[in-house]
Design a protein around this ligand. Sequence first.
Ligand SMILES: Nc1ncnc2c1ncn2[C@@H]1O[C@H](COP(=O)(O)OP(=O)(O)O)[C@@H](O)[C@H]1O
Ligand SMILES: [Mg+2]
Length: 590
Amino acid sequence: MKRNTYNVDEELKTRFNLRYLLRILRYALPYKAAFITAFVTILSIVALSMLRPLVNEYIIDKLLPNPDYRAFTVIIVVLLALSVAEIVGAVVQSTLLNRAGYKIVYQIRNDVFKVLQDLDFDFYDNRPAGKIVVRATSYIDELATFFAAHLVNMLVNVLKLIILLAFIYLYEWHLAVVTTCTVIPIFLFITLMRKLLNKRLFKLRNADSNRAAFITENVAGHMVIKSFNRKDLNLKIYMDDVFEPSKQRWHAFLRVNNLFGPGLELLWNIGTIALLATSFFLIGSQTVGITLGTVVAFMSYTAMFSEPITVISGAFQQLSNVSSYVERIFELMDTVPKIRNKQGAEDVTYIRGDVSFENVAFSYDGETNILENFNFTANAGQSIALVGATGAGKTTVVNLINRFYDVTDGAVKIDGKDVRDFTLHSLRSRVGVMLQDSFIFRGSVMENIRYGKADATDEECIAAAKLIHADEFIEKMPRGYHTKLSENGVGLSQGEKQLINFARIILKNPSVLILDEATSSIDTDTERKIQEALNTVLKGRTSFIIAHRLSTIKECDCILYIGNKGILERGTHEELLEKNGLYAALTNAH
Ligand SMILES: Nc1ncnc2c1ncn2[C@@H]1O[C@H](COP(=O)(O)OP(=O)(O)O)[C@@H](O)[C@H]1O
Ligand SMILES: [Mg+2]
């Protein structure tokens, strides 16, 4: 997926891609029994329905001239039985196909979700969340329809078309020629129309995806939207940039669609008239001599072409639709995370906690470096504070340690080993990060604390919360640790969210602890208590602390002043004060 926003269409190749189709069919393989049974069932229904015109012919030509009521009764019973068999068959095949379609899509959904979980920060940085969601939901739904409604039906109808053609030629070839001459232009007409419709449908779908991106952004940012009085402006943007293109594309689609029905009807009518005229001529002819019953039966057979033609061309349309969805889905599935386990990566259970940056350079976009020639070593157990202006690169530095991003050049090493030589799982289970904006998930306080260590007991969770004095506010909540929290912790203060996140990290018990402005929203009083707790918490762990409050920084073994793509000053609080440089200026400002 290329970088885009809500008002830029996703790129799309509309060409039908056989490779993708085969890949999708591989998902269907486990359900071949269901597909085959459905195929046979539908085929039987088709075969039965082809008997009807013959019965009619018999009635018209044989029974009506000399009525035989016993034969008549038999025929009525047969017709009724046919109807019942058709209905039963229809129910059986649709149940089988819907179930198989659902299961296939279920599998694809799982696979897509798995991929979404693995994708890099980089991937999410560059795409509107709404478009990712559309891919993972609506596009996959379309696939389900394809499997449930189109795939088998298409195969059956191709077969039906062939059988019908063969049958009418054997039955009465003069009329069959006329029918063929009617059916071919109709088929071409439908195919052409579908093609035109499809093009417009793609554009329409893109508009849908853009709309999803815009709406998702508006839902996520609803508080800012309200507080900045953006309601009317956003509505205008929605109407002009999102809704209007969608409306125009819808009209373009309708313009073609409106021609479809009448055009088709006209062609069928011409065909029927041609057939009638030919029949009229043939009935009168001495050499061919067909009966009225044959003409009526033939009319019925010609009408039977309508279904396979519509179904086949519809399935083709759905196929090319689906192949474009499939393309987007597979593109998503095939996105290889840049940050992944390298071959032979080591799965360690223990990390001592020496962390070093060796000639590290880093760039988000591959153009401008945020860090250059960054060198630093922290020994196991040391606490390192990072200070510096907003945007200096503090978060960037710590995000390299557990590989949220990989260095552009140089290496970050833990215990002397490149972080890229560890498996991601073992690295991240030993390095704990409290992000600048951590997330609260829907669930209880307890579940949120337990998030990083699913097997922790309640007691362990509570102990972790107690350690950083989070229990004081948690106990005051209506149901204490069992209070339900909503997504992103709506209803909690920023500081309360940070405390819960803090407890989550403490529980995980990492060897290397990264606190990125972990206490920025916590009041000074609580922070002082946390500070005391930190002395215990940090013991034996290497820690990187990004903070603004002097009290938090002062105690650290080493302070790094980040700026100008590197470290401008380094040393203990006292050393840096003595130096009377940038850090001293910063502390004086406090
Ligand atoms: N995901 C990102 N993509 C591109 N640029 C980024 C990204 N995150 C941060 N930056 C840029 O990198 C620089 C350093 O950011 P950051 O490390 O977050 O600063 P700090 O934490 O010191 O405030 C800033 O100029 C910021 O704009
Ligand atoms: Mg930051």
